[in-house]
Design a protein around this ligand. Structure first.
Ligand code: AVJ
Length: 322
């Protein structure tokens, strides 16, 4: 069925129907959820970049610090002639400094759903690092097809680069499956360089996801405006409040949109009823201890090799091997 469909329906329409299906499914149940990947349309991606500049959101800054302080050591750990693969690469800004110091890198294989941001980044990398080979892949990195072209590229070593604590957005079983997908596209001795936010006091965690400049609130509510614009819905975002809290037991920050009064919303012709106090769960951001993440790496098919942290132990970058 899927193969027949894809030959006659244009790509954009297929993406829309996938989005619609996910939204109706997510809002149709007793507990309402929306897949967090839909937070990242063009405006959402820009709002996320704004979040990274916010004082309360320490993750991006801290990770960048760890990278810049340990860049040579990280490059040495990766070794020569590596092909760097980056799922969810976005603007590809984090990898550039690393590509610049790696010993004779084979090239760069970024994967992202936003073609515009990706091709702009490809041009920038080729300008800043003349001679660097780049194979940009437009698509959802959780789908196996965007990994297929890797088979045609020969390299001494492949290294999946997955910074930004993006792994934290996946439920534990999904995170394990994602690591398995990475491992399946690597060979023995190939690597994984991955960033994770570390478990810490809940006040600091909650502030990072409910910043005083209200950028995270805008980012969260943007998903409603996106559904309005792309799927023909009539969400009134002023009837929802942004809520983020740290769930101690699940070791994750949960982001929700709380409904402020009983009302109904029309989504592509279907009516969705909301009760006051009910929430739409829009994102999880799991936090790990070094040990906890090492265990996850092992379950996903990787052997943890080493890690780098900031002095406050807020954040870690791990290197693991198949
Ligand atoms: C980019 C997915 C890692 O979970 O910290 C930031 C996204 N959400 N503020 C995170 C996010 C709310 C971010 N990740």
């Amino acid at each position: 069925m899927k193969a027949a469909l894809s030959s006659i329906v244009p790509e954009q329409q297929q993406q829309d129907s996938e989005f619609l299906k996910d939204v109706l499914e997510g809002l149709g149940g007793k507990i309402k959820t929306l897949p967090c990947k839909y937070l990242y349309d063009e405006l959402g991606s820009r709002l996320f970049e704004d979040i990274c500049e916010v004082e309360d959101y320490y993750l991006t800054r801290t990770e960048a610090d760890i990278f810049s302080k340990n860049l040579k050591d990280i490059a040495f750990t990766i070794g020569p002639e590596a092909l760097m693969i980056e799922p969810g690469a976005g603007n590809c800004e984090k990898v550039e400094a690393l590509l610049a110091v790696l010993e004779s890198p084979k090239g760069y294989y970024p994967i992202d759903i936003s073609s515009e941001i990706l091709f702009q980044a490809e041009r920038r990398i080729k300008r800043n690092l003349p001679g660097m080979q780049v194979w940009s892949q437009v698509g959802d990195f959780t789908q196996p097809d965007v990994w297929d072209k890797l088979a045609r590229i020969s390299s001494r070593k492949r290294v999946v680069f997955f910074p930004g604590s993006t792994i934290g957005n996946f439920e534990l079983d999904k995170a394990e499956q994602l690591l398995e997908l990475f491992a399946a596209n690597l060979g023995v001795g190939d690597g994984l360089l991955i960033g994770t936010d570390l478990v810490k006091d809940s006040v600091r965690l909650e502030r990072a996801y409910h910043d005083s400049e209200h950028v995270t609130e805008k980012f969260n509510k943007n998903i409603l405006n996106r559904i309005n614009a792309e799927l023909g819905a009539d969400f009134d975002h002023t009837l929802f409040a942004h809520r983020s809290f740290y769930h101690q037991l699940r070791q994750r920050v949960e982001m929700h949109l709380v409904c402020l009064k009983n009302h109904s919303v029309s989504v592509a012709g279907s009516q969705v009823d909301f009760l006051e106090g009910e929430t739409i769960h829009t994102e999880n951001s799991h936090k790990y201890s070094i040990n906890g993440f090492s265990k996850l790496l092992s379950k996903g098919g990787f052997a943890p090799i080493c890690h780098w942290k900031d002095s406050a132990k807020s954040y870690a970058i791990h290197y693991a091997q198949v």
